[in-house]
Structures are given as structure tokens and as C-alpha cells.
Design a protein around this ligand. Structure first.
Ligand code: SAM
Length: 340
């Protein structure tokens, strides 16, 4: 049974991360708000922002989460795009937190607006937060994200710890020649600040279509580097659906994990379902089909019908992804649209 629901609350983002929604494409999206012609396939734009009317309302999201919780979903993570860009996001948190069966309500954010929203989110019932932190160097951070946002993110981490959104988690996507020289520094930072750190392999889900296997640093290589610096102790997970290989530093100060979906897929154990901001259900990040829940809901479907729909979609979940195989097709919608 699927236990984990990722809910994208917006496809919009205020960062332009190289691995996700890089600047040139986003700028063109802003200027033209339409599909420009493909240029040699290499920098093809994916989609303009979704019109507001196509984005699920809070009431619609709450309904899906409630029905999914009735079917066994226990963990809900709000993501995007950048979830803090969604006006009154704390109101949605307050609507989801009391749903029976939802034991864990988390968010993934770039942290830029967290100073304004953190307290309200905590009060509304947010339990945990993950921030994307791909560099500790102000200039490299700006290069990767397109924003001079390192100071705001470091302040966000402080605030999240003060608000006891434990364990505060950091995600770092490692790209060769871009931030792979910072692997050890990120480890030191996490250890000194008692943060949980996840290194994530660069996946072919970037809107710039720049992904190439040579840009991806395999999880094993990241692990070797970390083991040379830190005396890591493997952590045994009781959760077979755990996506990360996990280690603790011997003094238990923090946990370091590696998520290697490209080089060592964990598809067979994946228990995730994704709801996109425009109300499509995706059973895999690399799905090439989406299931239109919004259409059904807005056509007046009863709860039972939506429940049956969710169950039938789950039965169609892909056995695995095909990255690296000849038949692999990069999904048209990229991470910022799907919700990471
Ligand atoms: N805006 C939020 C943020 O910055 O964390 C949430 C959305 S972002 C799409 C969520 C996560 O997706 C990020 O932490 C990043 O690790 C991951 N991500 C995005 N594109 C990726 C890619 N091409 N490969 C691996 N991870 C990616």
C-alpha cells in the first residue's frame, strides 16, 4: 500500500536552480508565457506557468488528502515549485494537519520566504521541513540557484531549528564540476549544525534538458568521499520504502543519507504517490502518463468515485523507471511541475 503523498501546491518558483528550472528558460517563460519553438531539442521549454484556474484550491487538495488518508496514506509532504509562494499556505497546513491518519506533515522549500511564514506554519501544524542547500559558498549558491539567497536560507535553517521542526533536513543535488567539491563541506556543516543531510543524484528532470550521466555524481562516489572524511555508522532502516541509504556520525550528531534513484533505483520499494498542482496524479517521477483527478472532481464525482479512481491509479504504478535504457523517455513535465 502507498503511504506517502507528495502534494505540489504550485508550479511557480522564485529560484532558478540549474538542475530544475534554470534561468534562461524561466526568463523566456515569463516574457512569452507560451511554448517557444524547440531549439535543437537541447533547451526546449516545457510549459508556461499553469493558469490559476487550473491549480487545485485548498478545499480540493484537502479533499484528496482526506480520501488518500482513508486509503492508507500517512505522510504528506507539501512541495512545488516553491510552496511558500502559495498565498496563505499556512491555511492549507491547518486544513491538512487534523485529517485522521495523517501522522506526518512536512514541507520541502528553498527557505527564501521562511522567515515570514515559519511561525505561522508551525502553529498551523507543520511537523518537519526540508530545505534545498546545494552550496555553502555565496557565489556558487547564486550560480546554482540564480538567486543571492544563501544568507536567507541559513537564517531559515536557524528559525526552523528554533521552532523545533525536527529533524530539519537539507537536500543537496550534486552536479559534477558545479558543487561536487562541496560534498565534504556540506557534511561538516550538517554535523556542526545537527542537521539531517541528503545528497541526491541529479536526475533527468530539469527543464533545461541539460542532464547527462557525466554531470551526475553517483551515490557510491559521494559515499566514498564521505567515508574518507567521516567515521560513518550505517543506520538500519525499519522502513523498507526508505529512499536513502543512511549513516550516522558516531556521536549521533546528525544523519547523512544518499538518494541514488538513477544509479541504484529503489523503485520496487517506492510507496509514493504525487498530486501535481493542477490536480494530476502521478505514480512515478518518471511517469509518462498522468491521471486526471481534477477533471473528475470538478465534474462532481462523489467521494466513492474518487476513492475508486485513486485505487485504480495505484494499481497502475510503474514497476520501475528506465533511465539509462534505450527506451527511456524523459517525462515532458519536469521536477518543478511535478513536485519534488
Ligand atoms: N522549491 C522547493 C525546494 O527548493 O526545495 C521544493 C521543490 S524542489 C522541485 C524539491 C526538490 O527537488 C529539491 O530539494 C531538489 O532536491 C529536487 N530536485 C529538483 N530537480 C531535481 C533534479 N533534476 N534531480 C534531482 N533532484 C531534483
Amino acid at each position: 500500500m502507498l503511504r506517502d503523498l507528495r502534494v505540489s501546491v504550485t508550479d511557480r518558483c522564485n529560484f532558478r536552480c540549474l538542475y530544475c528550472l534554470p534561468e534562461t528558460e524561466a526568463a523566456a517563460l515569463f516574457r512569452q508565457n507560451r511554448f517557444p519553438a524547440a531549439r535543437d531539442g537541447a533547451t526546449r521549454l516545457t510549459r508556461p506557468w499553469q493558469p490559476h484556474g487550473q491549480i487545485l484550491t485548498f478545499e480540493e487538495i484537502e479533499r484528496v488528502v482526506r480520501l488518500a488518508a482513508g486509503l492508507g496514506i500517512e505522510k504528506v509532504r507539501l512541495t512545488g515549485g516553491e510552496p511558500l509562494l502559495r498565498p496563505q499556505i499556512e491555511k492549507l497546513v491547518g486544513m491538512i494537519a487534523p485529517i485522521p491518519g495523517v501522522h506526518d506533515l512536512a514541507m520541502t522549500s528553498n527557505g527564501f520566504l521562511f522567515a515570514q511564514k515559519g511561525r505561522a506554519l508551525r502553529q498551523a501544524g507543520l511537523r518537519r521541513i526540508s530545505f534545498s542547500l546545494d552550496s555553502l559558498d555565496r557565489e556558487n549558491f547564486r550560480k546554482i540557484t540564480g538567486r543571492d539567497g544563501l544568507a536567507a536560507l541559513l537564517a531559515a535553517i536557524d528559525l526552523a531549528q528554533e521552532l523545533e521542526l525536527h529533524p530539519v533536513k537539507i537536500n543537496a543535488v550534486i552536479m559534477r564540476g558545479v558543487n561536487d567539491h562541496e560534498i565534504e563541506a556540506l557534511g561538516e556543516f550538517a554535523a556542526s549544525r545537527r542537521l539531517n543531510l541528503r545528497f541526491i543524484e541529479f536526475m533527468p528532470l530539469d527543464s533545461g534538458r541539460a542532464w547527462h550521466k557525466d554531470l551526475m555524481v553517483p551515490g557510491r562516489e559521494i559515499l566514498r568521499r564521505l567515508q574518507q572524511r567521516f567515521p560513518l555508522q550505517p543506520l538500519v532502516s525499519l522502513n523498507p520504502s526508505e529512499t536513502a541509504w543512511r549513516w550516522a556520525l558516531p556521536d549521533g550528531r546528525c544523519e547523512i543519507g544518499i538518494i541514488a534513484p538513477v544509479s541504484e533505483p529503489f523503485c520496487g520499494h517506492c510507496n509514493r504517490l504525487r498530486l501535481t498542482a493542477d490536480g494530476k496524479i502521478r505514480t512515478c517521477l518518471f511517469s509518462v502518463v498522468e491521471h486526471d483527478l481534477r477533471g473528475l472532481a470538478r465534474a462532481g464525482a462523489a467521494d466513492d468515485t474518487l476513492r475508486d479512481f485513486l485505487l485504480s491509479v495505484v494499481r497502475q504504478k510503474e514497476a520501475r523507471h528506465h533511465i539509462g535504457e534505450p527506451e527511456f523517455v524523459q517525462p515532458e513535465r519536469t521536477m518543478s511541475c511535478i513536485g519534488g
